[in-house]
Write a protein that binds this ligand. Structure first.
Ligand SMILES: *[C@@H]1O[C@H](CO)[C@@H](O)[C@H](O)[C@H]1NC(C)=O
Ligand SMILES: *[C@@H]1O[C@H](CO)[C@@H](O)[C@H](O)[C@H]1NC(C)=O
Ligand SMILES: *[C@@H]1O[C@H](CO)[C@@H](O)[C@H](O)[C@H]1NC(C)=O
Ligand SMILES: *[C@@H]1O[C@H](CO)[C@@H](O)[C@H](O)[C@H]1NC(C)=O
Ligand SMILES: *[C@@H]1O[C@H](CO)[C@@H](O)[C@H](O)[C@H]1NC(C)=O
Ligand SMILES: *[C@@H]1O[C@H](CO)[C@@H](O)[C@H](O)[C@H]1NC(C)=O
Ligand SMILES: *[C@@H]1O[C@H](CO)[C@@H](O)[C@H](O)[C@H]1NC(C)=O
Ligand SMILES: *[C@@H]1O[C@H](CO)[C@@H](O)[C@H](O)[C@H]1NC(C)=O
Ligand SMILES: *[C@@H]1O[C@H](CO)[C@@H](O)[C@H](O)[C@H]1NC(C)=O
Ligand SMILES: *[C@@H]1O[C@H](CO)[C@@H](O)[C@H](O)[C@H]1NC(C)=O
Ligand SMILES: *[C@@H]1O[C@H](CO)[C@@H](O)[C@H](O)[C@H]1NC(C)=O
Ligand SMILES: *[C@@H]1O[C@H](CO)[C@@H](O)[C@H](O)[C@H]1NC(C)=O
Length: 545
C-alpha cells in the first residue's frame, strides 16, 4: 500500500497503482460512439461538423444506475485523433479509461476503435462526457446521467414528474480545430464563440436563427421537472434563467445539495446543476435563457454578449404565443455569481463521505495567466521584441506541457518517467506577492515556462489546497476541474487568501462537494480531498485558445 502514489500536475493531475475490490451484480450499459461528420445549418450558415458523435449535437445521453458498468466503443471515423473524458467519473481501478490524451492514454487515431470500460460506483446525479484532445469537445459532448440504483424514488427529494437534460454550449461558424491550430501557430487567443447554445441550438434571439434552431419542451401545469443542467461551453460561465419560474437546486456535479431556492442558476464550464422546477406559471410559453458571466478584469479575452434561448411550452398554450423573456443578470454580475456559488451546501447523508478534519499536505496554488515564449512549432508567432506576448495558463508559475511520445500513466506504470515528467510541482508559488492588486501586473511571475511537472501524493493522505487567482494578465473566474475525485469546498472569497480570517469561515459541517470549482475572480477558494484514487489525475483549468 505504501507503494501507491498520487501525483498532481500543474495543468494537471495524479498517479496510481491501486485496484479496488468492487460491487456485485449490476447492469452493463453499452454504447457505440461513431465520431464523424454531421452536416448542419446553424445561424443560416451551412456547416459540416467533422467530429460529431453518431451524427448528433449534442451526442447521445448515457443513462446508467449507480453501480452499473459503462462500456463505450469509440469508433473514430474522423480525420483527427480522438479521446473521450467522462467528466466527474472517479475511474477507481480504471485510470486508463479517464480519457485525457497523453496523460492517461495515447489518442485513438483516425480509423481506429477503442473501448472505454468503467464502473459508476458510489456516484449519483448528472455528469457529462466530452472529447479530451485539442478542442474537439466543442462538438464532441453529451450527458451522462446516473440514477439511484433500483428506483427513482430513492432520490433524497420528492420524485419529479419528469426529467429534462439541458446542455449549454458554444458554437463557432468555423471549424474549432482550425481556430485552435491558428491560435496555437500565431500565439494569439482564439476568437469568441459566434453563439451560445442550449442542446446544440442557439435559439431565435440570434439573427438568422429560427424555430428550427430553437430547442424546446412541453410541460404540464403543476408538474415538477428535474432539470439536469450542464455547462459544456469551452470558456464561458453562464447565467441560466426561465421566465416566471424559480428553481430548487438539489445537486451539483453529481453530489446532492441542501435544497437551495433561487431564480437563477450560475454554472461554470464543466459544472452540472440539478434543479427542480415547478410548472406553476400561467399556461403559456416562456423562454429559458443562457447568458454569459464574464469575469475577466481588465484585459480578458473577448466574449460574445449574446443570449441562447430555448422554449418552455405549457400543454394547452397557443403555439404561436410570443414567449416571455426573463430579465438576465449583467454579464459582469459577480455578486449574483458569488451568491449562487458560495451558498450551496452538501446534503449530508448517512454512509456518504464527509469532509476530513485533519490535513496531511497543504498546497497553495496560484491560478491565472502568464506570458511565455513562442515554441518552435508556432510558425507564425510574432517573435519581434524581446519577449513575445503569448498567453499561457499558469499554476505556481508553471505552465503544463503535454508529453508527445508516451502517456504519463504509461510512463508511470513502466517506471520510465525520465524525460516524460518530473516530480517537482511546487507546493507554493516561487515568489509571494500581492496576487490580486492591480500593480501585480508587473510582477516577476508574469513570465512562465512550459514543463511537465507532477505532485506525488501518498495513498490515502488528505490534501488541502488553496487556489488563488492572480491578476498578472487579468483577473478571471477560472473553472478548475480535478479528475478522479470530488473535493469539499471549505470557503471562498475575494482578494488575497488570508489564513487568519479564512480559517474561522471554513465550513467543516456540510461543505459542498464538487469536481469543478469556479475560483472567484480576483479571489480564492479552499478545497480538501482524500487522495484515495491512485492514478495520474489532472487538475486543470478549462479553457480554449
Ligand atoms: C466529412 O466531411 C469532409 C468535409 O466536407 C469530407 O472531406 C469528408 O469526405 C467527409 N467524410 C465522410 C466519411 O463522409
Ligand atoms: C457566424 O454567423 C453569424 C450568422 O450569420 C454571423 O452573424 C457571424 O458574423 C458569423 N461569424 C463568422 C466569424 O463568420
Ligand atoms: C466493475 O463492476 C464489475 C461488475 O460489478 C466488477 O466485476 C468489476 O470488478 C468492477 N471493476 C472495478 C474496476 O471496480
Ligand atoms: C495522433 O496520435 C498518434 C498516436 O498517438 C500520434 O503518433 C500522432 O502524432 C497524433 N497525430 C496528431 C496530428 O497529433
Ligand atoms: C443582429 O443584427 C443586428 C444588425 O446587424 C446587430 O446589431 C445585432 O447585434 C445582431 N444580433 C445578434 C444576436 O447577433
Ligand atoms: C424547418 O425545418 C423544416 C423541416 O426540415 C422545413 O420544412 C422548414 O422550412 C424549416 N423552417 C424554417 C423556418 O426554416
Ligand atoms: C395548478 O395548481 C393550482 C393551485 O393549486 C390550481 O389552482 C390549478 O387549477 C392547477 N392547475 C391544473 C392544470 O391542475
Ligand atoms: C422567485 O423568487 C423570487 C425571490 O428570489 C420571488 O420574488 C419571486 O416571486 C419568485 N417567483 C416565482 C415564480 O416563484
Ligand atoms: C458592469 O459593466 C458595466 C458596463 O458595461 C458597468 O457600468 C458596471 O459598473 C459594471 N458592473 C460591475 C459590478 O462591475
Ligand atoms: C448567500 O450568499 C450571500 C453572500 O454572497 C449572503 O449575503 C446571503 O445571505 C446568502 N444566502 C442566500 C440564501 O442567498
Ligand atoms: C509583432 O510585434 C511587434 C511589437 O509588438 C509589432 O510592432 C508588430 O506589428 C507585430 N507584427 C505582427 C505581424 O503582428
Ligand atoms: C485511510 O485513512 C483513514 C483515515 O485516516 C483510515 O481510517 C483508513 O484505515 C486508511 N485506509 C487505508 C487503506 O490506509
Amino acid at each position: 500500500m505504501d507503494r501507491s502514489w498520487l501525483l498532481v500536475l500543474p495543468s494537471g493531475f495524479i498517479v496510481c497503482f491501486f485496484v479496488f475490490a468492487s460491487v456485485a451484480q449490476a447492469a452493463v450499459v453499452e454504447h457505440t460512439f461513431n465520431v464523424g461528420n454531421l452536416s448542419i445549418s446553424q445561424l443560416c450558415k451551412p456547416a459540416m461538423i467533422i467530429t460529431a458523435v453518431n451524427g448528433q449535437l449534442p451526442g447521445p445521453t448515457i443513462e446508467a444506475s449507480e453501480g452499473d458498468t459503462v462500456v463505450v466503443h469509440l469508433v473514430n471515423e474522423s480525420p483527427y485523433n480522438m479521446t473521450i473524458h467522462w467528466h466527474g467519473i472517479f475511474q477507481r481501478g480504471t485510470p486508463w479509461a479517464d480519457g485525457p490524451a497523453m496523460v492517461t492514454q495515447c489518442p485513438v487515431t483516425p480509423g481506429a476503435t477503442y473501448t472505454y470500460r468503467f464502473n459508476v460506483t458510489g456516484q449519483e446525479g448528472t455528469l457529462w462526457w466530452h472529447a479530451h484532445i485539442s478542442f474537439h469537445r466543442a462538438t464532441v459532448y453529451g450527458a451522462l446521467v446516473i440514477r439511484p440504483r433500483g428506483d427513482d424514488d430513492a432520490y433524497p427529494f420528492p420524485k419529479p414528474n419528469r426529467e429534462e437534460t439541458l446542455l449549454l454550449g458554444e458554437w463557432w461558424n468555423a471549424s474549432v480545430y482550425d481556430l485552435e491550430r491558428m491560435a496555437f501557430i500565431t500565439g494569439n487567443t482564439a476568437p469568441p464563440a459566434d453563439a451560445y447554445t442550449i442542446n446544440g441550438k442557439p435559439g431565435d434571439l440570434y439573427n438568422c436563427s429560427n424555430a428550427n434552431q430553437t430547442y424546446g419542451f412541453q410541460v404540464q401545469s403543476n408538474e415538477t421537472y428535474l432539470l439536469r443542467i450542464i455547462n459544456a461551453a469551452l470558456n464561458t460561465p453562464m447565467f441560466f434563467k426561465v421566465a416566471s419560474h424559480n428553481f430548487t437546486v438539489v445537486g451539483a456535479d453529481a453530489a446532492y445539495t441542501t435544497p437551495y431556492e433561487t431564480d437563477v442558476v450560475v454554472i461554470a464550464p464543466g459544472q452540472t446543476v440539478d434543479a427542480l422546477m415547478v410548472a406553476g406559471a400561467a399556461v403559456g410559453r416562456y423562454y429559458m435563457a443562457a447568458s454569459p458571466y464574464d469575469s475577466a478584469i481588465p484585459n480578458g479575452p473577448p466574449f460574445s454578449r449574446t443570449t441562447a434561448t430555448a422554449i418552455l411550452e405549457y400543454v394547452g398554450s397557443a403555439t404561436d404565443a410570443p414567449p416571455q423573456l426573463p430579465p438576465r443578470p449583467e454579464y459582469n454580475d459577480t455578486n449574483t455569481a458569488f451568491r449562487f456559488f458560495s451558498n450551496l451546501t452538501a446534503l449530508v447523508l448517512p454512509g456518504k463521505p464527509t469532509v476530513p478534519l485533519s490535513v496531511d499536505t497543504r498546497m497553495f496554488v496560484t491560478v491565472g495567466l502568464g506570458n511565455t515564449d513562442c515554441q518552435p512549432e508556432q510558425l507564425l508567432c510574432n517573435t519581434t521584441g524581446t519577449r513575445a506576448p503569448i498567453f499561457a495558463a499558469s499554476m505556481n508559475n508553471a505552465s503544463f506541457l503535454l508529453p508527445d511520445a508516451v502517456s504519463m500513466l504509461q510512463a508511470h506504470y513502466a517506471n520510465a518517467s525520465a524525460g516524460v515528467y518530473t516530480r517537482d510541482f511546487p507546493d507554493q508559488p516561487p515568489v509571494i506577492f500581492d496576487y490580486t492588486a492591480d500593480a501585480s501586473d508587473t510582477a516577476v511571475l508574469k513570465y512562465t515556462t512550459k514543463s511537465t511537472k507532477v505532485k506525488t501524493l501518498r495513498y490515502n493522505e488528505t490534501v488541502e489546497m488553496v487556489l488563488q487567482n492572480t491578476r498578472l494578465i487579468a483577473k478571471e473566474s477560472h473553472p478548475m476541474h480535478l479528475h478522479g475525485f470530488n473535493f469539499f469546498v471549505l470557503a471562498q472569497g475575494f482578494g488575497n487568501y488570508d489564513e487568519a480570517t479564512a480559517t474561522p469561515r471554513f465550513n467543516l459541517v456540510n461543505p459542498q462537494e464538487r469536481n469543478t470549482i469556479a475560483v472567484p475572480t480576483g479571489g480564492w477558494a479552499v478545497i480538501r480531498f482524500v487522495a484515495d484514487n491512485p492514478g495520474t489525475q489532472i487538475l486543470s483549468r478549462l479553457h480554449f485558445g
